[in-house]
Ligand binder design. Structure first.
Ligand SMILES: NC(=O)c1ccc[n+]([C@@H]2O[C@H](COP(=O)([O-])OP(=O)(O)OC[C@H]3O[C@@H](n4cnc5c(N)ncnc54)[C@H](OP(=O)(O)O)[C@@H]3O)[C@@H](O)[C@H]2O)c1
Length: 347
């Protein structure tokens, strides 16, 4: 993996140098052309326009290439990504925010029955017991084994002294003897203490991978890296058509950190803005898929793990049925251009 990162850096530096060279050449040629045709257009304006166009095109190409390289780490056959912790994580799963214990039990059971192998919950959601019951039901029916399923939970608040106990409570409520991924739910007063408690739990086998959630800037990530003994494997953030974490994704790639999207459809109350989007509808028609399937396919091809929330078994099955088609580079770019850097939440 370290070798790949080095090659990426070299490629990246070379690409940046090439882009700069192209821009300077463009600027020079535009200046020459303008000078010989200065009766048609003022030279300064033409040169400036050419430079802006070249810069925009170069930036778009660079971003698209970076996203494609990240998505290449996703194994679409196995439907997993290899985390920097050495564990494989499914790239599409079920979110359980707002689900009651009973709803969570039902949704988890149907998700596992549909083939999904990733389940996202949190201490804060108050439904880990239901998630555990849904998992157990699927195990009892022989649909899955514990090892087949990847469970994520999150610690909200706490300190070094309390976080160990919070992890034990999560294990008890989920009725499992390890949790695949534990995240700090959002930045808090003692992130360092909580993170070290999670590292202890990795060392004694209660957790397999650890990460963070709701850290949106390179500076925030750097702070965690400054005290982390174990590099976070995943950052789970608000991430959707209108708020794409592309810059952060590119930054954390050097550490092998994967971005996971919460609110892949904008969250309850906002889904119609996403499902009704013109570009999404057009692509849904082209592929004979639903808007949700187009959106989820975009998340995955862009290198984002997605955990759509649902209490509806039919929706859950639909959300997993996204492996029989592929968006083109041009279509990925059109969706990328929907980004407005507009979040719905402020935590
Ligand atoms: N780390 C954090 O701070 C954080 C914050 C928020 C969420 N999350 C996680 O991210 C997950 C996803 O976010 P979310 O659940 O809030 O929002 P979401 O996945 O963007 O949207 C959920 C909404 O989409 C609908 N839906 C799902 N599949 C559908 C389909 N195939 N067709 C039509 N409608 C469909 C659901 O309705 P139905 O129930 O009717 O299907 C629900 O109204 C959460 O469940 C949670 O696990 C994490």
């Amino acid at each position: 993996m370290a070798k790949n990162i080095d090659i990426y850096r070299i490629n990246n530096s070379f690409r940046r140098f090439s882009i700069l060279l192209c821009m300077l050449t463009g600027l020079f040629l535009a200046g020459c052309t303008s000078a010989s045709e200065n009766t048609l257009q003022p030279p300064a304006q033409t040169a400036a326009e050419a430079a802006t166009e070249a810069a925009t095109a170069a930036a778009a190409t660079e971003a698209a290439e970076a996203a494609a390289a990240i998505a290449e780490t996703f194994d679409f056959e196995k439907r997993t990504v290899l985390l920097n912790s050495g564990y494989e994580m499914p790239i599409i799963g079920l979110g359980t925010w707002t689900l009651s214990d009973d709803q969570a039990e039902n949704s988890v059971y149907h998700a596992l029955k549909s083939g999904m192998r990733l389940i996202d919950t949190a201490r804060y959601y108050g439904n880990e017991t239901g998630v555990g019951r849904g998992l157990q039901k699927a195990i009892d029916e022989g649909l899955v084994t514990r090892e087949d399923v990847f469970i994520t939970s999150k610690i909200f608040g706490g300190s070094y002294e309390t976080a160990g106990g919070i992890i034990d409570d999560a294990l008890k409520d989920l009725n499992v003897d390890y949790i695949d991924l534990m995240l700090i739910h959002q930045p808090g007063a003692d992130d360092e203490g909580v993170y070290h408690a999670m590292e202890d739990a990795v060392k004694d086998g209660r957790l397999r991978s650890i990460g963070i959630s709701n850290y949106y800037t390179a500076e925030q990530v750097d702070t965690v890296l400054s005290f982390a003994e174990i590099t976070p494997a995943v950052i789970q953030n608000e991430n959707h058509l209108f708020y794409q974490n592309t810059e952060l994704q590119e930054y954390v790639r050097q550490y092998g950190i994967v971005i996971e999207s919460w609110y892949p459809f904008g969250g309850r109350g906002h889904t119609s803005e996403h499902f009704g989007n013109e570009v999404i509808r057009e692509l849904a028609e082209k592929y004979g898929k639903s808007p949700t399937q187009i959106i989820l396919r975009w998340h995955l091809q862009a290198g984002f793990i997605a955990i759509p929330g649902s209490s509806n078994p039919e929706h859950i099955a639909e959300n997993y049925d996204i492996f029989g088609f592929e968006l083109t580079d041009g279509e990925m770019q059109r969706i990328r251009e929907l980004d407005q850097q507009a979040r719905y939440e402020n935590w």
